[in-house]
Design a binder for this molecule. Structure first.
Ligand SMILES: Cc1ncc(COP(=O)(O)O)c(C=O)c1O
Length: 451
């Protein structure tokens, strides 16, 4: 504990005070100290609520109650930095661009992640003759699998021939970059699309996005897209410089914009097009020439760039919730500072886990190890995935329920995996210390019961 306190002193710059951290009381848990804050290591699933979000949303409810439809053009809170609803998403873009490494015009906030992935696939997946295959990963998040599968069906292609999945080697838990590159090389004349996760949701593996994107782009005709659900707001991204064609993400994890929050997408400037020459896509009035939008013309003139991919007017309450969180990213000093603190926190978590008497590679014993690749900082983000043993037991379930009752909020992936993700904007080294202590206590109790 002393070390954790020291580390909190040394790397103590969090914005924890800006977030609502649940307490034992608010979680409905029993404790001698009900005001004690829980150890919330679940920002990879749903980030905590920034305190400012409540007032940001309330201002919009006030605007609605005061002006009704007129707040679209005449917001009563303009002096307090509120934006009339017709342009409410625009101030979010300069906050988001540095987080994903985009240039002006390359990012839009809209829809949710899967809807954005489907939209982007409609625009970017153009199978032509032999060049029709989609490369992604085995055990991808199922929504992505369904989206790729649907593309095959929509284009009248056989999914078993069209979908190519790269997977970890036997006995391994993460995918070798070399295997991705070799698969691209093997199918270089048949691939239309490579679409992978920036960070794998289950294992926490951070993919070598730049290397994979650039390798695939040696072959004209291969489009490269990324699902950044677990990468955005977690690791540094340079989508423009890497030449990524498209990307999409959700904002409820590391971006802390709230449950089911509005998602985002990136379209590289090389695909920006113009109002006359553009990529055909799923279209709607919000992507059309803003100056003429309300003339209600039967003339499709998309806004060049990512904004031209918007279909509907965005949910104002969602957009301001995202904005209030992204302002904290800027206040902290941006992604390089956030990532530096993240590496310290996750490094401390890893070290503490490895020092546990229950850390084991022997799968027959009661214990756990880390399946996230951790040899290099560039192999992972903030999340570590712990796999509990024996595999045919309910060790993970029992540990999780023991620790959860005592204030550790982690994330279960049944039957054997627990994901822990210290979020640098609000987690402390003491959270990490407390979490590992609870895991050890739980495993001690299970071991005693088994004797
Ligand atoms: C990697 C990945 N892809 C897709 C999704 C689906 O997200 P949504 O429900 O926002 O469409 C998730 C959700 O957690 C995810 O982790």
């Amino acid at each position: 504990m002393e070390l954790a306190v020291q580390l909190d002193g040394k790397y103590g710059e969090t914005l924890r005070g800006e977030f609502c951290v649940p307490t034992m009381r608010s979680m409905g848990l029993e404790s001698d100290d009900l005001d004690q804050e829980v150890m919330y290591l679940c920002g990879n699933s749903l980030g905590l609520m920034p305190r400012k979000t409540r007032s940001a949303v309330t201002k919009e409810l006030d605007a609605w109650s005061m002006r009704g439809v007129e707040a679209h053009f005449r917001h009563p809170g303009v002096a307090e930095d509120c934006t009339s609803w017709v342009d409410v998403d625009l101030p979010v873009l300069p906050l988001l661009e540095p987080i994903v490494g985009a240039q002006t015009g390359e990012v839009a906030v809209m829809n949710s992640l899967t809807a954005n992935l489907n939209s982007l696939l409609v625009a970017f997946y153009r199978p032509e003759g032999k060049r029709a295959k989609i490369l992604f990963e085995k055990a991808a998040f199922p929504s992505d699998y369904y989206a790729f599968y649907a593309q095959c069906e929509l284009h009248g292609l056989d999914p078993t021939e069209t979908l190519i999945q790269v997977e970890p080697r036997d006995g391994e838990t993460s995918i070798k970059t070399q295997d991705v590159l070799d698969t691209i090389e093997r199918y270089k004349d048949e691939l239309a699309l490579v679409c992978l996760p920036g960070i794998q949701y289950y294992s926490g593996q951070l993919f070598e996005m730049e290397a994979i994107t650039k390798f695939a782009h040696q072959y004209p005709g291969i489009v490269v897209g990324w699902d950044l659900a677990h990468a955005v707001g977690n690791v540094e991204l340079q989508l423009h410089d890497w030449g990524v064609d498209f990307a999409c993400w959700c904002s409820y994890k590391y971006l802390n914009a709230g449950p089911g929050a509005i998602g985002g997408l990136f379209v590289h400037s090389k695909h920006a097009g113009s109002s006359e020459k553009y990529l055909p896509r799923l279209s709607g009035w919000w992507g059309n020439n803003a100056a003429r939008r309300f003339q209600m013309l039967e003339k499709w003139e998309p806004i060049p760039g990512a904004l031209g991919f918007r279909q509907s007017n965005p949910s104002v309450l969602d957009v301001v919730a995202l904005r209030s969180s992204l302002e904290l990213f800027a206040k902290y000093g941006g992604m390089s500072k956030i990532r530096a603190r993240s590496l310290k926190l996750t490094g401390y978590l890893l070290k503490s886990l490895k020092q546990s008497p229950f850390y084991t590679d022997d799968h027959s014993k009661i214990g756990f190890n880390v399946i996230t690749p951790v040899d290099r900082d560039s192999d992972h983000g903030s999340q570590l995935s712990l796999r509990f043993y024996p595999l045919d037991s309910d060790t993970m379930g029992q540990v999780s329920s023991y620790a959860n009752k005592r204030g550790l909020i982690g994330d279960e992936r049944r039957p054997n995996v627990m994901r822990l993700a210290p979020a640098p904007l609000y987690n402390t080294f003491q959270d990490v210390f407390g979490a590992v202590q609870l895991l050890n206590e739980a495993l001690t109790a299970i071991t005693k019961r088994k004797r």
